[in-house]
Write a protein that binds this ligand. Structure first.
Ligand code: NAP
Length: 344
């Protein structure tokens, strides 16, 4: 199937290009970005930040405008556009009949738009039917969560299903690539931690409840997030404190996490990691540099599962790759899931 990537030159756009260059089902045929880049070759305008070279098939593609007319005939559209412009543009594409898989926050909280982390809430895919009815369009917008939320919800899902949740407190340590390029100035972040990421705490709090909720109602527990930018390149680490409804011991939590698989694993989707949650038992894991590429960047790694005396529950560390599980990888897995469910 042919795909277009909107915002193909940015941090997330580059990860899309890289992951899709090896994809068995989807091939990038169109790349779109801002006026600055339009009309020029992808390899000329992209400040490529990944270790592997720009895939040959994309290097010579000419960048086009982010409109349905310029993008033309493709089977699906991946969007890695900044949120301030993504909303309207993605609607234009959906109105024109395209399936849009978006990384932007613009439509995530719309009640008729799936906010999909497919191992966690695959059943929310049926919101597409509601969206088409309400908005009278043939296309669709499907969003994936904010990076920290994608990682957090995967770790919480087995706890939520097995033991119930009353309360969650999460403190994040977020990598620089999460801010896009050029992101945070080096003079601000070297030798430093910045205890503020605009709108991030609100996103983690609201998106988590939508994802773990039903089609019509958010999950009914309290959640508080504190988000921090740290000087790592890729990989968000999160310290999570959970007050479950029933009272499991840490070994019970480790077991349900290790045994957890979702529908993408059962369907053997190409981007689905064999184990969505990898549990480590060493006292000092997970670590950002060592563990962020687990499951090709699609697994989250959980460690230090222990009793939490303050919440009478458990606490643990979770690590995930922010531009793969937290962005482009999740979007591609969503597209595979849509195809498996007959929406593509
Ligand atoms: N980075 C992450 O870990 C992460 C995780 C989850 C979600 N997201 C979300 O994903 C989206 C992309 O993030 P990013 O980090 O990749 O940002 P980025 O590095 O700043 O890239 C932005 C992309 O959008 C294009 N663009 C900017 N303004 C445009 C305009 N007016 N018209 C057309 N194209 C325009 C840029 O093209 P030019 O090169 O031509 O300027 C570039 O391709 C954002 O909504 C972000 O919140 C990011």
């Amino acid at each position: 199937m042919s795909a277009a990537v909107l915002g193909a030159t940015g941090m997330v756009g580059q990860v899309f290009i890289n992951l899709l260059s090896k994809h068995p089902w989807f091939e990038v045929k169109v790349v779109a970005a801002s006026e600055r880049s339009q009309g020029r070759k992808y390899s000329e305008v992209t400040n490529w930040k990944l270790q592997s070279p720009i895939p040959e098939k994309v290097a010579d593609l000419e960048i086009v405008d982010i409109t349905p007319e310029a993008v033309g005939d493709v089977d699906l559209v991946f969007s890695a556009l900044p949120a301030d412009i993504a909303g309207k543009i993605e609607e234009e594409f959906a109105k024109s009949g395209y399936i849009v898989l978006s990384n932007a926050s613009s439509h995530r909280m719309d009640p008729d738009v799936p906010l999909l982390n497919p191992e966690v809430n695959g059943e929310h895919i049926s919101l597409i039917d509601e969206q088409r009815r309400r908005r009278k369009w043939d296309g669709a917008i499907i969003t994936n969560p904010n990076c920290s939320t994608a990682i957090l919800t995967l770790a919480l899902k087995p706890i939520y299903d097995e033991f119930g949740i009353n309360r969650v407190i999460v403190s994040t340590m977020q990598a620089l690539s999460g801010a896009g390029y050029p992101g945070v100035a080096s003079l601000d972040i070297v030798d430093n931690v910045i205890p503020f990421i605009r709108n991030e705490e609100e996103k983690v709090q609201t998106e988590t409840l939508k994802i773990l909720g039903t089609l019509t109602n958010p999950a009914n527990f309290k959640i508080s997030a504190s988000c921090h930018r740290v000087a790592t390149l890729d990989g968000h680490m999160e310290a999570v404190f959970v007050e479950p409804i029933r009272k499991p011991n840490p070994e019970d939590v480790a077991k349900v996490m290790e045994n957890f698989v979702g529908e993408p694993q059962k369907l053997k989707l190409p981007t689905a990691p064999t184990r969505p949650i990898v549990v480590r038992y060493e006292e000092d894991r997970p670590q950002v540099r060592l563990d962020r590429m687990e499951g090709n960047g699609m697994s989250v790694v959980v460690g230090r599962i222990r009793k939490d005396p303050a919440l009478d529950g458990v606490k643990f560390i979770v690590l995930g790759h922010n531009t793969i599980r937290g962005a482009a990888g999740c979007s591609i897995l969503n597209a595979e899931y849509l195809k498996a469910k007959g929406y593509l």
